[in-house]
Design a protein around this ligand. Structure first.
Ligand code: MLT
Ligand code: MN
Ligand code: ZN
Length: 285
């Protein structure tokens, strides 16, 4: 199995266009940028799946040699997009995939429902491409091309600000992707509001994981921007609170992604208490 980190920043990226915080200013000066959260994963090196489609998807795909089109003029190794939330930073890039001959989207009924109505990406895309939709079954295995199997867990109920009520509560998911051939497991949970026993079980025995690194601590957002909402209210538990739980999972290579611009560990060369994901980083095992 191979996982490519397409983007390692939270919504807005690093630097964010209108932000003069310490992290954004430093990133602007140094030119060390992070694009918005998403990964690409493959079992056989031929069939690839995107996990989320950020507004930066075009740049991310151009930088990823593994997913180059061919051999036919419009062939692409990308077999589908697995959506873990319906947030704008995970879905706006779908519009940039409209040139595909065929596009297959996977998401919970809640997430796909929001993309039919409040943020009508699905009806728009239907006018451009042969769009296929698959509901992600919660807790059940779903087979993907290239010998991958994905299991979905609902980890949060935070509704995107744009979305209406009414399509269910399965807003925020984690994915456990297994390579059927090698038995290797990758867990993706870039939005994790709290560490539950259920999530502990979900992570158990995996080989690598991309976890929620939006915030390093509980108060950096307030210090940097004056905003008083806590990380938990924003649906992202801070890294320092996840670290004690990770002592139970020493065999898992953990990378923190979805790094917010106020996270001091997101800056180039910063001290970090764990491995921070980097754009373009590939892990293979
Ligand atoms: C989040 O991860 O909490 C959302 O993407 C926030 C946002 O970008 O609006
Ligand atoms: Mn986000
Ligand atoms: Zn900033």
């Amino acid at each position: 199995m191979k996982v490519r980190i397409l983007g390692s920043a939270a919504g807005g990226g690093l630097p964010q266009w209108n932000c003069a915080c310490t992290g954004c200013t430093a990133a602007r000066r140094s030119g060390s940028h992070r694009t918005q959260d998403g990964v690409a994963v493959t079992g056989d090196g031929i069939a690839w799946y995107l996990v989320n489609a950020s507004p930066d998807i075009r740049t991310q795909l151009l930088a990823a040699g593994d997913v180059e089109p061919g051999p036919g003029p419009r062939d692409t190794p990308i077999r589908g997009v697995l959506l873990t939330t319906a947030e704008i930073d995970h879905t706006a890039g779908l519009l940039s995939l409209r040139e595909a001959n065929r596009l297959t989207l996977y998401g919970t009924g809640t997430v796909l429902g929001a993309l039919q109505t409040s943020l009508p990406v699905i009806p728009v895309l239907r006018r451009y491409t042969d769009l296929r939709l698959h509901e992600l079954p919660i807790g059940e295995p779903l087979s993907l091309d290239g010998g991958l199997t994905v299991r979905t867990a609902v980890v949060g109920a935070k509704r995107p600000r744009y979305a209406d009520h009414g399509t269910g509560d399965d807003w925020v998911c984690a994915l456990r992707i297994t390579d059927d051939r090698t038995g290797r497991v990758f867990v993706y949970a870039s939005c994790l509001p709290e560490w539950t026993d259920a999530f502990d079980d979900f992570l158990k025995g995996s080989d690598a994981a991309l976890l929620d690194g939006t915030f390093l601590t509980g108060d950096e957002m307030a210090r940097e921007t004056g905003l008083t909402r806590t990380p938990r209210e924003m649906g992202h538990m801070p890294i320092v609170e996840a670290l004690p739980a990770l002592r139970r999972h020493r065999g898992v290579r953990v990378l923190f992604g979805h790094l917010n611009n106020t996270n001091p560990a997101a800056s180039a060369g910063a001290d970090a208490p764990a491995e921070m994901a980097a754009d373009g980083q590939t892990i293979e095992w």
